[in-house]
Design a binder for this molecule. Structure first.
Ligand code: TXE
Length: 484
């Protein structure tokens, strides 16, 4: 692409698109081809200061609107995003390398739904009143102040909208810092916000990398809360700089989730569900089931059918409607994922399928990796316990429920899981013993936005989703009125 055809992104501060005054820019690459098609500003602390100041100025006015008025604004943004539904899908597919069909059904659709859903929740909040013999207590949910919203590259607008909607819905103002690898739909959101005329400073956007923009945003003394989704080691840094300033922090971090397959499962549905759970978005979803535990008596049959289904996945051009698997986010990430395949061999694993980079013709510059299934590894091996975050699934045998539970719990992560059985009582009993924040029985990523979302152990701190988001993005205050 010629230099003049590149898109140069701008920040959005105090209701204006602000051109980057610094000299540092980063290339935005198409993961499918490796071609540069845009430039993202690498903003620094000065820009963060301006954005936080704009958010701080706007907060009292915005926070004094009624919840219903703020919910109306969320609906306006949802309507505007919905009118750009196809553009969201195209940008997200190009920016992340994911199949266009997935970008429509998952990213575009959920980004609109997030705004509508939280508009509804905010309107429907019930008053909380507790009477005693001689007093009445009531609870106020006040805005926290200015929020820093930091998001990753795997589900860019989906995750940003998941934070922005409840944050501003509860009366906060925000500064968004999307992943520098996938900035395009955050820009689209700012265009939507601008065109509906949201009051200036309520939503601000600063592009940049983690060190230059993310860290100063978290450390900023005028930022009152931080909602972060990303890698566990970045989460550690965010937590350690936010904690001494007593900021409210929510961390949604990595996962190494188990899919537990019992002998009495419906084989066909389970294979389809576990393949989807392992490989959706090229395995780059924190909820992906990347370790599959299968009861010994059906292991051989399951392995054969599973590998057959994985080999049938169509990998290729993300813009092709029939593509099921696209490219990985970056060269560095591809290298990390391939490193784990090499490690699997060293750890005694057998590659049943994949393991190689695969280069769809004419997309040779992209970050391609065949979906990979590995057997024969100890469930305690690094490959079976560390987050790979790519199209790599390990298979393990178990004989008893106790053994399955020990394997399911032997990672530092505890985000999600799925259990596959026709005995729902056994499924519930087993599920409740897994050290995890979320578990599905005979399903995966079957989302109800009202439920708590988040993990235990190294998968994070806190919960978002439904009323948990409303709680996180507000300060609950008790007023006690003594009766005369
Ligand atoms: O994420 P980072 P990366 C996992 C996955 C992946 C690993 C690293 O295993 O391989 O994390 O991915 C911003 N202060 N997940 O390096 O760095 C950064 O600019 C403040 C799981 O891409 O965590 C981006 O906006 N912010 C995950 C965001 O943090 C900082 C999804 C996430 O980037 C910062 C993605 C700092 N010091 C990766 N450093 C999930 N939970 O879904 C970086 N950032």
């Amino acid at each position: 692409m010629d230099e003049q055809d590149l898109v140069y992104l701008t920040n959005y501060i105090g209701g204006s698109f602000v051109e980057h005054s610094g000299r540092d820019w980063m290339d935005v690459l198409e993961p499918a081809t490796g071609r540069v098609y845009a430039k993202v500003p690498l903003s620094g602390p000065g820009t963060i200061d301006s954005a936080v100041e704009a958010a701080r100025e706007a907060q009292p006015g915005w926070g004094s609107l009624s919840p219903d008025d703020r919910a109306d604004w969320l609906d306006k943004i949802a309507d505007q995003l919905e009118s750009s539904y196809e553009e969201i899908a195209l940008l997200e597919s190009r920016d992340t390398g994911k199949p266009i069909s997935l970008a429509r059904s998952l990213d575009a659709s959920r980004s609109v739904t997030n705004f509508r859903f939280f508009a509804g929740m905010i309107r429907e909040q019930e008053p909380e009143i507790f009477d005693t013999d001689d007093s009445t207590n009531y609870v106020l949910y006040k805005p926290v102040g200015v929020g820093a919203l930091i998001t990753p590259w795997n589900l860019p607008l989906y995750l940003l909208s998941w934070k922005v909607a409840p944050a501003i819905g509860m009366g906060n103002t925000v500064v968004c810092k999307p992943s520098e690898l996938t900035p395009m739909t955050a820009d689209l959101l700012m265009r939507a916000v601008d065109s509906v005329g949201l009051p200036a400073g309520v939503i601000n956007l600063v592009h940049g990398d983690g060190i230059g923009a993310g860290a100063p945003l978290v450390e900023h003394p005028d930022v009152d809360l931080v909602s972060f989704t990303g890698g566990t080691s970045t989460g550690e840094k965010v937590a350690s700089s936010a904690a001494p300033m007593f900021k409210k922090v929510s961390l949604e971090l990595g996962g190494k989730n188990s899919s537990i397959v019992f002998a009495d499962c419906d084989m066909e549905d389970t294979v389809a569900g576990v393949v989807r759970s392992g490989f959706l978005n090229q395995g780059q979803v924190c909820l992906c089931g990347s370790r599959v535990l299968v009861e010994d008596s059906i292991y051989d049959e399951f392995e054969e059918k599973f590998v057959e289904s994985v080999e049938a996945l169509s990998i290729g051009d993300p813009s092709d409607e029939s593509t099921q698997l696209g490219a990985l986010i970056s060269k560095e990430h591809l290298q990390k994922v391939r490193g784990y395949v090499d490690l699997a061999l060293e750890e005694g694993g057998t590659i049943l399928t994949g393991g190689e980079p695969c280069l769809p013709s004419d997309l040779g510059g992209g970050n391609w990796m065949a979906p990979t299934v590995i057997s024969g590894l100890s469930p305690h091996s690094r490959c079976s316990t560390e987050e790979i975050f790519g199209p790599v699934v390990t298979l393990h045998r178990f004989e008893t429920d106790d053994e399955a539970l020990e394997i399911a719990n032997c990672t530092r992560y505890g985000l999600a899981g799925s259990v596959w059985t026709s005995n729902l009582e056994r499924g519930r009993r087993f599920s409740e013993s897994i050290e995890t924040g979320m578990v599905w029985i005979n399903a995966w990523l079957h989302r109800d936005l009202r439920v708590p979302f988040g993990g235990v152990k190294d998968s994070g701190v806190g919960r978002e989703g439904g009323k948990w988001s409303l709680g996180f993005f507000s300060e609950a205050m008790n007023v006690c009125v003594k009766h005369n």
